[in-house]
Design a protein around this ligand. Structure first.
Ligand code: ADE
Length: 276
């Protein structure tokens, strides 16, 4: 279900947004949210078929969208996507670094190759996207960057590599917010908790069941929706957040806060916004 936006029509008229990982899941919802509020949108991802399918969907919604095949572990592909965005749409006002990837493994079994791959994707890839958007447009014209991270605030057992990488992105967000303030660039993050996105359907049944059961450990007593993440991104990218920079906003139903000594009764008092 695609809910109506909570923001006003035309909020992003005249703006251009780049959304990495924009072909599916949370990234596609962010691309739709920014696009239906008036932004022209460049979506990047590794798989052309996925980008073409998402482009058809966004076009159907009346969004001016383009795609670029972009593996964020490849600097040249990132640079090419930023240059193509300025050529096609004339600016890069908003960059959403949503692309990322990891694999579950106990820390003792993570090989250096796997560790490096996850750092290259989530930490280095996010940095290079920021740098290339800065070089191609934002250094001279300003802009807003939103980095999507994860709920790693209390460590990330089972995914040590991505916990470390995402914590690195939170720190990088703070540094860039300071270094690039005088360029008119705001840099923020969004840390989603457990979100019901299209990717969950691809998990094997055992992990799907485990995933759904996690709602018991979230004070909201439910998983998040992709639209709840997308609307946080839209606010941070908007003028409403003009004095917000260097922060990372948790969108997790208070899941990162709860400690087990407190029982949250079953309830339905925090109903979802949208769903998938
Ligand atoms: N999603 C997961 N890994 C990615 C990568 N290396 N580039 C772009 N999107 C990704």
């Amino acid at each position: 279900m695609t809910p109506l936006s909570v923001f006003r029509d035309g909020l992003f008229d005249g703006k251009t947004a780049v959304v990495t990982g924009g072909g599916s899941g949370i990234g596609k919802a962010i691309a739709i949210e920014l696009g239906r509020l008036g932004a022209k949108v460049m979506i990047g991802a590794r798989k052309q078929e996925r980008l073409e399918a998402a482009t058809a969907e966004l076009t159907e919604l009346g969004i001016d969208v383009a795609w670029s095949v972009c593996n964020i572990r490849e600097d040249e592909q990132i640079a090419a996507m930023m240059v193509a965005t300025v050529e096609r749409f004339g600016s890069i006002d908003i960059l959403v670094n949503n692309a990322g990837g990891q694999f579950p493994s106990p820390a003792g079994y993570v090989r250096t190759k796997g560790w490096k791959a996850v750092q290259e994707t989530n930490l280095q890839g996010t940095f290079v996207c920021c740098r290339e958007a800065y070089t191609a447009w934002m250094q001279k014209h300003g802009g807003a960057i939103v980095n999507i991270v994860a709920d790693m605030w209390r460590g990330f057992p089972g995914m040590v590599h991505t916990g470390a990488a995402r914590a690195g992105v939170v720190n990088m967000t703070q540094t860039l917010a300071v270094e690039w303030a005088h360029n008119g660039i705001r840099v923020n993050g969004v840390a989603p908790g457990i979100v019901m996105s299209s990717g969950v359907a691809t998990y094997d049944p055992f992990f799907q069941e485990q995933f759904l059961a996690m709602k018991e450990n979230i004070p909201a007593k439910r998983l998040g929706t992709v639209w709840e993440v997308a609307s946080a991104v839209a606010w941070l990218a908007s003028q409403g957040a003009a004095f917000v920079s260097g922060d990372t906003l948790r969108v997790d139903g208070a899941g990162s806060l709860w400690r087990l000594h407190w029982e949250v009764p079953e309830h339905t008092a925090m109903p979802p916004y949208g769903g998938e």
